[in-house]
Design a binder for this molecule. Sequence first.
Ligand code: IMP
Length: 450
Amino acid sequence: MAVKIIMGLQYGDEGKGRASHFEARNAKIVVRATGGANAGHTVVVNGKKYVMHILPSAIIRDDVLCVISHGVVFDLELGYKEIMAMRNEAGATITPENFLISERAHITLPHHRQLDRLYEFIKEDKVGTTMKGVGPTYEEKMRRTNIRMCDLFLDDQTLLHKIDENLKVYNILANNVNEVIEKDKLDEEKFPAYSADDELEFCLNFAEYLKPHITNTQQIIENAIDNDEDIIIEGAQSYYLDIDGPSYPMVTSSHPNASGTAEGAGIGPTLIDEVIGVAKAYTSRVGNGPFVTEQPAHIENDAVIPYEPKEAFVGDKIREAGHEYGSTTKRPRRCGWLDLVMLKTAVKPNGLTGLCINHMDTIGKLFDEIQVCTAYEYEGRIIDYVPVDFEKCKPIYTTLKGGWDTDGITEYDDLPENAKAYIEKIEDYTGVSVKYIGVGADDSRTIVIE
Ligand code: IMP
């Protein structure tokens, strides 16, 4: 049996959902352990595309138990809507037998989404969050006023009191910011005041449906470990969006690194057998923050899609060929070359045991010569690690041969030599073996290296 973490090594959107759904073919349980509805995990099966934000990607398999563990912040409304969408669009059978939510998972309420908006509004250096209220939910969890899934079982008066405690800070802030908006005649929608009754009603709207799914998932995970069953922990976001990572403050509000992901699932470090780091054969980033290998593109961060670049820069080419638009926010992603320094820096803090490299088909077809970043110029020195002031680094590239086509190839040995050399470069530089290669959007286009 194996407990395997699937986590991101870049800035999110590496294809963790796809890898986790693929790995779930052998697993008993798939656990979503961190983050909230900010994630966008895309899976393509038999040509049909599914996008999950809060549910584990294996929810479209009927033979796996999907668990939302205590590390996740769960938006009742978005979660409920996604369950309905997966039932209707994917024909997923979602019952308390195959989908459970930890009683200790925290709840994202409507005022958390407004707080997300409010923080971005008052800040000059905007993070570019997904506006799903994820950061504010974690913040109120740390403030020890947030409500959890187990609270949905309380009587209405007790729950009302807890929500009231949770709401106080938001209403004070909203009031103050609204005064500024009014006084300065700003062209900004005001922040609504919420009463505890409003948010109680919000909770009650979804509580009856969700209650049969809410349980002590810790015990279920522990039983699976005792019974030697395969468990996949589906990470969300990535190492470089970790709250303690070098990209701070342009990061998410949780610990999507391997330890944080294990903690969020309720599984101690010695019980983790494998940590698979997922990266694309290039790099993309949505939102603001350092991106050393970013390539020029015509498109602005907030442009409307579909976008047709008149004269394609490298950034445009990668974005269009890789369909690099946010699956949660639809924002066009910033794109650039593969940064091996980032990957190598992530190896030890996450205890990586293997890599999954996606979009090998995309990059191979696009360019005859591909750059990969193999060092940084930083404060007059050449370094091969990511420093705290990441944004000061300039990339030093090695040029590799591209021009490969992976169509129809299902075995590593049959890959074109240039594609193999690219994979070998990643392995040599990071010291970690590549175990999976994505050569197409569909789940079936995964090459497994035994
Ligand atoms: P938040 O997680 O919504 O607070 O957003 C914080 C930063 O993380 C922003 O730059 C987001 O674009 C980024 N982010 C959060 N979740 C994801 C994800 O699943 N993929 C890519 N970027 C993400």
